[in-house]
Design a protein around this ligand. Structure first.
Ligand code: ADP
Ligand code: MG
Length: 317
């Protein structure tokens, strides 16, 4: 009996360890609880997320759904209450303070919503981009060359000698992307980088992230309110109440005549415990509350209102 239990536990543990083995970023049942004035806020409620190397992923969700909390955890600024989180070889739960500093310096880059938080106001665009390299001990000539290359890549070479106050919001955010990338991080995190920009400018900034992903191979995770974001990325993950609820995946499909078109499909996320979230519209349309009746049919699973199903049976008999 004990041996069987032991074997079961071992199997459960192994399954846990294997989750997302090949992924670059693994969030496994992440929980983050904030305590403020004796009140508990569950910002992350068992969030699972896998991101493969080289992906460009957008995270969307209502205000308060846990997006910034997730990004602070992934960028090493915050430690979750429970769960498992790994980025590359870095275990963000057990990392020491020193490893945390090293992780933030060498593995990841960031872009924040507030343009002012990203750039030093009294340095020019080129100096801002070169600044992290100076800290890393790179020689002046090499620093200038790398800064110029990145500004050129994002088509803002003409801003090289301007200070942040002399640039538009969109130009500043593109300089911020260059700053975030100059140390050649494996991952770039951007928390609402387009939050303060109009739609047209947002598109330019999102296209810059796409350019970085394509040209440099950087894995990019971008949080945004921008409803149009799924046009710019391969995968959009929606977060609701601290968990991933659905994903939009874009694929390029080739028609019989050889022309290509993009297919975007929204999929619900089935978590590892088998849970899936029914959209509010579905629940309201069929008045699904409390308990529901599940049935396995030939090639699908149906969800019915428990009271409705009982009525149907009575009518049949
Ligand atoms: P989003 O970025 O999606 O708007 P956040 O991650 O900022 O969401 O917040 C998720 C929830 O956690 C919210 O209810 C928010 O009020 C709460 N929260 C975030 N940061 C803190 C904090 N430092 N202290 C207490 N509650 C917080
Ligand atoms: Mg936020």
């Amino acid at each position: 009996m004990t041996a069987t239990l032991g074997a079961l536990e071992e199997r459960a543990r192994r399954r846990h360890d294997d989750f997302g083995q090949d992924a670059l970023i693994v969030c496994d049942s992440l929980v983050r609880i904030y305590q403020s004035d004796g009140i508990e806020v569950q910002a992350l409620q068992g969030l699972d997320l896998l991101i493969e190397p080289g992906e460009l992923v957008a995270i969307v969700g209502a205000s308060g759904s846990g997006k910034s909390t997730l990004l602070s955890v992934l960028s090493g600024l915050d430690v979750p209450t429970a769960g498992r989180v790994r980025v590359g070889a870095w275990d963000l739960m057990t990392m020491t303070t020193r490893q945390r500093v090293e992780y933030r310096r060498s593995m990841v880059g960031f872009v924040w919503q507030q343009t002012a938080r990203n750039l030093v106001p009294y340095l020019t665009a080129a100096e801002n981009v070169a600044f992290p390299l100076q800290l890393a001990g790179v020689k002046a000539k090499e620093r200038a060359r790398r800064a110029a290359d990145l500004l050129e890549m994002f088509e803002i070479g003409y801003c090289a000698d301007r200070r942040p106050g002399e640039m538009s919001g969109g130009e500043q955010q593109r300089v911020a992307i260059a700053v975030g990338l100059v140390n050649d991080p494996q991952v770039l995190f951007a928390d609402e980088p387009t939050g303060e920009l109009d739609t047209a400018t947002s598109h330019v900034v999102l296209e810059s992230l796409r350019t970085a992903n394509r040209e440099l191979g950087t894995t990019i995770v971008v949080v945004t309110h921008d409803a149009g974001v799924s046009e710019h990325v391969q995968r959009t993950v929606a977060i609701r109440d601290g968990r991933t609820s659905s994903e939009v995946v874009r694929r390029t499909h080739t028609r019989e005549d050889g022309t290509e078109h993009v297919v975007a499909e929204e999929l619900a996320v089935l978590d590892r415990a088998g849970r899936v979230q029914l959209p509010k519209e579905f629940r309201e349309a069929l008045n699904l509350v409390g308990r529901v009746r599940l049935a396995l049919e030939e090639s699908q699973v149906s969800v019915r209102s428990a009271s409705g199903a009982a009525r149907d049976r009575e009518e049949q008999s």
